[in-house]
Each structure stands twice: as C-alpha cells, then as structure tokens.
Design a protein around this ligand. Structure first.
Ligand code: SF4
Ligand code: SF4
Length: 288
C-alpha cells in the first residue's frame, strides 16, 4: 500500500505524523516500511529517523548544449520548446537551464544535429535504513527550482523493486502544486495533516480539491494542535464528508518532543497504539 502524508499548509506537523506512522507500522505492526521524504526543498524526516545512508546519487536535468560549428541559427529549437528555455537571436542560441525541463525536444528537432544534452545537476538522492525502515530522500540544491524531477527520480529509484506487501509512506511537500502531484501520484490513500486555523483550512481545501477532487485519491484528516483556532476545519470536513481520523492536542510536551527531533511515538509511548490504530483505520478505508 502507498500512503501519502500531505498537508496543504506548511508547518502543520506532517512529518511528525508520517514518521510516527512509519515507526508504529514497523515496530508495532511488524510491516515492511519504506519511507520516502519527497519534500525535497526542505527534507527533515531524517532529523527524526536518523537513517544510515548506504547509497547516494546525483540527479539533474539533461539540458541542451549547442555546437556553434554546426548550428545555422534556423530557430527550430526555440519554436519547439514549450518552456521558453531556449531562444535564438541571429546566429546565437541562448539556453536558460533553470527553465529547461530536459524534454529533449530541441535536440530531436534540430535539423543539423547541433544539440547534445548534458546533465545539469539539481540535487542528490540518498537511500539507506533507519532501523528496520527503508529510507530515501531527495535534496534539491540551493538555488535550483526543479523539485518535481527529483521526486520522480526518487520514487523510481527506491520503488523499482517494490514488495507488494510493503507499506510505502510518501512524505509530501506542502502546497498543492506539481511537486505534490508527483508525490501523491499512485498513492492509495492520502492523509491530510492540518491545524484548526483559517490558514490551515484554506490550504487544506486547496490540497483536498487537488488530491481528492482531481486525482480521485481518497483522503482522511489529522487535526494537529487541536484546541487552537476555531471549528471551521471540522465543519468543512463534515460538509465534504471527509473523515477526521485523529486529533493531536495542542500540548507543550508534544511541541517539545517535536522541536527536539524526537518522534511523538518514542517520547510518549501511549501514542504508539494511537498511531497503530490510525494505520489500521487507514488500511481499512483504502481498501473500500
Ligand atoms: S535547431 Fe539546431 S541549427 Fe537550428 S538554431 Fe537550434 S541548434 Fe541551431
Ligand atoms: S530540453 Fe526541452 S525544455 Fe529544455 S530547452 Fe530543449 S525543448 Fe526546451
């Protein structure tokens, strides 16, 4: 089963929930767990799980490199590029690597075979283990904007030989843009972690509209910091028939464990059974 843990708004405690589910699944329920931190702009699950990395690889985008001796300045490459990543001024071809999606269309369409492709490194992938949890994450290099290809590469790399009985936890970036789509694509269920505030509700709505409304992935909600804010998240979930699967109270002890990088299920043992039950409910709902 593939379970995405998403949030809409950043800073809702999504990774705390995802990590706690992974530990509960592996240690309490004895499942084979694969944890992918797909929040490649700010991966922080490793701060909680402390994995040992066994493999590392660079990833990037294949961007065009033009051979000036062959180029005639015909402009065909610029015409076919949908991302405005290449332009031709007179006989000069300008490439904008930060806009290039590495689709290869310019090289394919160049009548002079003047375009070669070269790797523009955008980040790294790392994989290893945190105890009996298989762990992988991607890290986008500072100043690079291409999160989505790294997430795609991470999923392909780690999930290539997937045991059908494994539980895959996809720790999604916040928001409701392309990196979220890439992360939750193929998930059987999406757990939305939110907080009961106007911002929490606003971003939850957008993420639910995307993941449930457009991608048809069933969703359930965890309300973190329950007790602050108002009841509008509750009302929204009731109106939309979205199950609220867990409430985590606004509590100093929980906040301290989080800021110290200790998973809630390790700091407060009672939560191990709470997250184990949450997982049981999710598995049942995903099978419906
Ligand atoms: S398509 Fe090829 S030959 Fe034409 S401008 Fe681009 S690189 Fe030069
Ligand atoms: S590889 Fe694709 S995106 Fe990049 S410059 Fe060529 S056509 Fe544009």
């Amino acid at each position: 089963m593939k379970l995405a843990v998403a949030s809409g708004k950043g800073g809702t405690g999504k990774t705390m929930v995802a990590v706690s589910l992974a530990i509960a699944a592996a240690e309490t329920r004895g499942l084979e767990v694969i944890y992918l931190d797909c929040d490649v702009e700010a991966p922080n699950a490793a701060l909680f799980l402390h994995p040992t990395f066994e493999e590392r690889r660079q990833v990037g985008v294949l961007v065009p490199k033009v051979d000036r001796n062959l180029c005639t300045g015909c402009g065909r490459c610029a015409e076919v590029c949908e991302f405005n990543a290449i332009s031709v001024i007179g006989l000069k071809v300008l490439v904008f690597p930060e806009l290039c999606h590495g689709c290869g269309s310019c090289a394919l369409n160049c009548p002079e075979n003047a375009i070669q492709e070269q790797l523009s490194v955008t980040g790294i992938l790392e994989k290893g283990h945190a105890g009996n949890i298989a762990f992988g994450h991607g890290k986008l290099n500072i100043g690079k904007a291409m999160a989505t290809p790294i997430i795609r590469d991470l999923k392909e790399w780690i999930l290539a030989k997937l045991n059908r009985d494994s539980l895959v936890i996809l720790d999604s970036p916040p928001g409701s843009a392309c990196p979220v789509i890439e992360t939750v694509h193929g998930a059987d269920y999406a757990l939305m972690v939110t907080e009961p505030t106007p911002f929490g509700l606003h971003d939850l709505r957008q993420a639910v509209d995307l993941i449930w409304g457009k991608m048809a992935i069933p969703v359930g909600v965890v309300i973190n910091r329950d007790g602050i804010g108002d009841r509008r998240v509750d009302e929204y979930c009731m109106e939309e028939d979205i199950p609220i699967l867990l409430r985590i109270p606004f509590d100093r002890e929980i906040a301290e464990t989080y800021s110290n990088g200790i998973p809630i299920v390790e700091a407060i043992p009672h939560y191990r059974s709470v997250f184990s039950s949450l997982l049981h409910t999710i598995i049942k709902k995903a099978a419906l």
